[in-house]
Design a protein around this ligand. Structure first.
Ligand SMILES: Cc1cc2nc3c(=O)[nH]c(=O)nc-3n(C[C@H](O)[C@H](O)[C@H](O)COP(=O)(O)OP(=O)(O)OC[C@H]3O[C@@H](n4cnc5c(N)ncnc54)[C@H](O)[C@@H]3O)c2cc1C
Length: 351
């Protein structure tokens, strides 16, 4: 295969990579965005025409001005997380308890069409000839005039500067650097937010739980799901989702179909027999996704804390910078962090 050159290469087409590409487009900078998956969005994954979210669903406009601004700039609509009605609590060997919800989570907002609508709108506004899916970077070598990137697909791509828009821990595991930066230990220590987790989602004909005065919010100490919410679309499609509390290793042993059956049985316990008859179900285990999680992410799930030391050794300064959400100085790990980190990464490369 031939050798390609771009002044700037962005590695990773999740929210941070897409937003960095948007910033570069606005300054007419020439770049190429490389994404290993055959889709954009990374941890953002919305399914069906309703855009039900198997990855992030919420942003908090009161605290996250960049997300709020971007949603508006892209002409997207947002709506508050549905939380009207009672909350159900499930404890072992006790009858279900039902409490007034007091409009809990009132400040959490969702994007109409799912968070994937944000990804679609961002990707659509970028120069299409500078976007490449299905390209996995496996090595980066520092040269006098830039950085040479090797891909799993057998290409060598040279770049003046590279922005690495992926979780630092994943980068430590999957990309070989020459010279090897001392900061690799820092990358590995940086937990990838939500990578250990799995979400189960069931789609229904109608939000029958609302008719029963339930918000769809539930907490369970029985499982397999520990935290459950209404996931219905703004356009009307009805759904419930839950975060699974069973650790990754056990999830793997149980297997997808058995785990889904347990989740559905739990929905039926909490919301009644109609919950046992969904139109469709989805299970996304992020810990089993090699383009999000590493073996270190199978346990725990510490929240990333802001890191104030450099993410690269001085030898790489001006040639390489980080933009994954985990590298943000505020809101690390969140969607807002991805936007902040992208802006900081672009700046760190002097662009
Ligand atoms: C289940 C779940 C729920 C969440 N809920 C919320 C929420 O409600 N609110 C919130 O704010 N945040 C939430 N988050 C976190 C949010 O998803 C992330 O902050 C955000 O999506 C991170 O974007 P990113 O671009 O930094 O990283 P990623 O989305 O991980 O993107 C990195 C990209 O790099 C690509 N890539 C990896 N390796 C390579 C390689 N070698 N070569 C080329 N490409 C590569 C990947 O395929 C991926 O597309 C949640 C996450 C999950 C998983």
């Amino acid at each position: 295969m031939g050798i390609l050159y771009y002044p700037i290469v962005i590695v990773g087409g999740g929210l941070s990579g897409l937003y960095a590409a948007r910033l570069l487009t606005q300054t007419d900078a020439d770049f190429c965005l490389l994404e290993a998956r055959e889709r954009w969005g990374g941890r953002i994954l919305s399914v069906t025409d309703d855009g039900f979210d198997l990855g992030p669903a919420w942003f908090w406009p009161d605290m996250q001005p960049m997300m709020a601004g971007l949603v508006e700039e892209l002409g997207l609509s947002s709506f508050p997380q549905f939380a009207d009605g009672d909350v159900v609590i499930e404890r072992p060997q006790q009858p279900l308890q039902r409490f007034a919800g007091f409009g809990q989570m009132a400040s959490s907002f969702r994007i109409a069409g799912g968070t994937g609508a944000l990804v679609t709108a961002l990707a659509k506004a970028l120069p299409q000839d500078r976007l490449r899916l299905g390209v996995t970077v496996t090595a980066a070598s520092l040269r006098d005039d830039g950085v040479a990137l090797t891909t799993q697909e057998g290409e060598t791509i040279t770049a003046g500067r590279v922005l690495f828009a992926l979780p630092p821990r994943l980068m430590e595991k999957s990309i070989a650097f020459t010279p090897e930066p001392q900061t690799r230990t820092l990358w590995r220590a940086s937990a990838t937010w939500m990578a250990p987790h799995a979400k189960f989602l069931a789609v229904y004909e109608e939000p029958f739980w609302r008719d029963a005065g339930l918000s769809g919010t539930a907490q369970s100490m029985v499982g397999p799901m520990v935290e459950i919410h209404d996931a219905s679309a703004m356009a009307g499609g009805a759904a419930l989702f839950g975060f699974i509390g069973v650790p990754a290793d056990i999830r793997e042993k149980i297997g997808e179909s058995e785990l889904k059956a347990h989740c559905l049985a739990q929905f039926a316990r909490l919301f009644g027999p109609k919950a046992a008859k969904p139109l469709a179900t989805f299970l996304k285990d992020w810990s089993a996704d090699a383009l999000t999680a590493t073996a270190d992410d199978r346990q725990g799930g510490e929240h990333p804390v802001p890191v104030h030391q450099p993410w690269f050794d001085p030898a790489w300064a001006g040639r390489a910078a980080m933009a994954g959400s985990e590298t943000a100085r505020e809101h690390p790990g969140y969607l807002e962090g991805a936007l902040l980190a992208a802006a900081a990464g672009v700046k760190a490369l002097g662009l």
